[in-house]
Ligand binder design. Structure first.
Ligand code: ITT
Length: 201
């Protein structure tokens, strides 16, 4: 029997890695996380989702000699002119953790009216092949920023993001429901065909 092709996940974010694995569970590929050496080769990130996603995937595809999958993602808040956007992981500076970044976001939006809290998660996913081909897909998830964090699931800004059409935060929704409507779920759905093709399917 022919083994499913291997694909390396080019991310150091445990929350993303969990979601990649769940989202690709039905795709005939064998996933592995990037090694510390492969992750150390990742370039400094800029302020463009697509360039960042492409750079992460291409770097790990070259380092591993295998197809590599990465995403660059972020939260865009209308009342902050679309910030923090591609800078979401570094919002507020380095010493902050997820809870610190959430607190900083809520402070920036304190006393701001409803429309200022409209927001969207954006994900640009990149699949880089060892032959240099790169496939790019984008996904978005619209919603709004809640007044207080709610829920224990997910990661990052999930506790303060209520997706459109729902009355719970992403951190309160079951993981499979988040994945079915999330920016990452939508971006990866667009890559399923290319990933399946790796196995000759
Ligand atoms: P890698 O580059 O190693 O993958 P990273 O966390 O630095 O990890 P990004 O530069 O793409 O990745 O930053 C994305 C940030 O946006 C992430 O750290 C979260 O703060 C936020 N984010 C992205 N997707 C999210 C989601 O589904 N839920 C909550 N926050 C999310």
């Amino acid at each position: 029997m022919v083994e499913a092709p291997r694909v390396v996940l080019a991310s150091s974010n445990p929350g993303k890695l969990r979601e990649f694995a769940a989202l690709l569970a039905g795709v005939p590929v064998r996933l592995r996380n990037a090694s510390p050496e492969e992750l150390a080769a990742l370039p400094e990130e800029g302020d463009q989702y697509e360039a960042n996603a492409r750079a992460k995937a291409v770097t790990v595809a070259q380092a591993s000699g295998l197809p590599a999958l990465a995403d660059d993602s972020g939260l865009e808040v209308d009342g902050l002119g679309g910030a923090p956007g591609p800078l979401s992981a570094r919002y507020g500076g380095d010493p902050l953790d997820d809870a610190g970044r959430v607190a900083r976001l809520l402070a920036a939006l304190a006393e701001r009216p409803g429309a200022a809290r409209n927001a969207r998660f954006v994900c640009v996913a990149a699949l880089a092949l060892p032959d240099g081909t790169v496939h790019i897909r984008r996904g978005e998830c619209p919603g709004r920023i809640l007044p207080e964090p709610r829920g224990e699931g997910g990661f990052g800004y999930d506790p303060v993001f209520e997706p459109e059409g729902h009355t719970r935060s992403l951190a309160e929704l079951p993981a499979d429901l988040k994945n079915s409507l999330s920016h990452r779920g939508r971006a990866l759905a667009g890559l399923t065909e290319e990933l399946t093709r790796l196995s000759g399917g």
